[in-house]
Design a protein around this ligand. Structure first.
Ligand code: AMP
Length: 299
């Protein structure tokens, strides 16, 4: 098939209890595309400012990511700042400077318009309709979101769920969006609005997949030292959708495996700051970790 990812390409400033990094490369689209590249050759659409390093776009290309849909606009690249406490599942957003993202209206290159899987990765939900209108015959539409959009545009998010087949979000976001503490109830509320699958990411506690009933759950790979949790969710989505793209079909079996693929990649990302671990990650390491997952959850 073919996987189109529309997401942020960003500079992130990250603070953990142990270190701080200023304006390192991040963004939902960046993480997702790099993660998906272990399974397929994803197409990335996004916007950067003139301050964004060309080397990173070259690196994406070397990893097999199609970058024709990345636009450079006058101004500064999107900048996000977040702070983590000792619990890596809890983070506080300190700043969201949309910069060039504020005026981003993706015009997909002609070659992107035949994508079969479309992933709307934590972008302004008001853009979803115009993006989907440009894709001729998508077979699967997936969407993720982040607190910023739930707080600022909840109505648009609910509205765009109608056109989404798979909704992915972390548990905090799912609770915030639905105003339900219980995840089963929350998933049911979302499923009632359109998606046929809801994937709830639970950070170091793994992920749950809800369809008409609970379909699958897995642990996360236990990690001795979490350096920077940023991008784990986007990388999960990239591994998950990249796997489905390669499998060419969505069935209970491929969805389960895709969850493990996503969990495996996410477990590496958090071992270093930003995309540094993804830069060094090899296909053999991913394969071994997926094998470890099989061992971890079978009985
Ligand atoms: P996560 O996978 O949830 O850790 O996603 C973190 C990534 O999301 C960071 O690299 C940020 O640059 C990006 N991000 C944060 N806020 C937004 C936003 N409002 N819109 C798009 N991307 C965002």
């Amino acid at each position: 098939m073919s996987l189109l990812i529309v997401g942020s390409i960003a500079f992130d400033t990250i603070e953990t209890p142990f270190a701080r990094r200023e304006k390192i490369v991040g963004g939902s689209g960046t993480y997702c595309a790099l993660a998906a590249s272990f399974f397929t050759r994803p197409w990335l659409s996004g916007v950067v400012g003139e301050d964004f390093p060309v080397e990173v776009i070259d690196f994406l290309r070397q990893r097999g990511v199609k970058t024709e849909g990345i636009v450079v606009q006058p101004g500064k690249t999107f900048h996000w700042e977040g702070k983590y406490g000792y619990d890596p599942n809890q983070r506080e957003t300190l700043k969201t400077d949309l910069n060039v993202m504020a005026n981003f209206h993706p015009q997909l290159p002609a070659s992107y318009q035949r994508a079969k899987i479309v992933y709307l990765a934590t972008i302004d939900p008001d853009l979803n309709e115009s993006i989907l209108n440009q894709v001729r015959q998508p077979r699967l539409v997936a969407m993720d979101t982040i607190q910023f959009w739930i707080k600022h545009k909840p109505d648009s998010l609910w509205k765009s769920l109608k056109t989404v087949n798979i909704f992915l979000a972390n548990e905090e976001e799912v609770r915030l969006l639905t105003q339900e503490v219980n995840l089963i109830r929350a998933a049911k509320k979302i499923l009632a609005r359109g998606p046929s699958l809801v994937v709830v990411k639970k950070g170091e506690h793994g992920a749950l997949v809800f369809g008409p009933e609970l379909l699958f759950g897995t642990l996360a790979h236990p990690c001795e030292e979490v350096v920077d949790p940023t991008g784990a969710g986007d990388s999960f989505a990239g591994g998950f959708l990249g796997y489905l793209d390669r499998a060419k079909r969505v069935s209970p079996r491929t969805v389960r495996r895709a969850v493990v693929a996503g969990s495996a990649i996410a477990s590496f990302v958090i071992e270093d700051f930003g995309i540094d671990r993804l830069r060094r990650l090899t296909a053999a390491e991913v394969k071994n970790r997926m094998r470890f997952f099989r061992h971890l959850v079978s009985f």
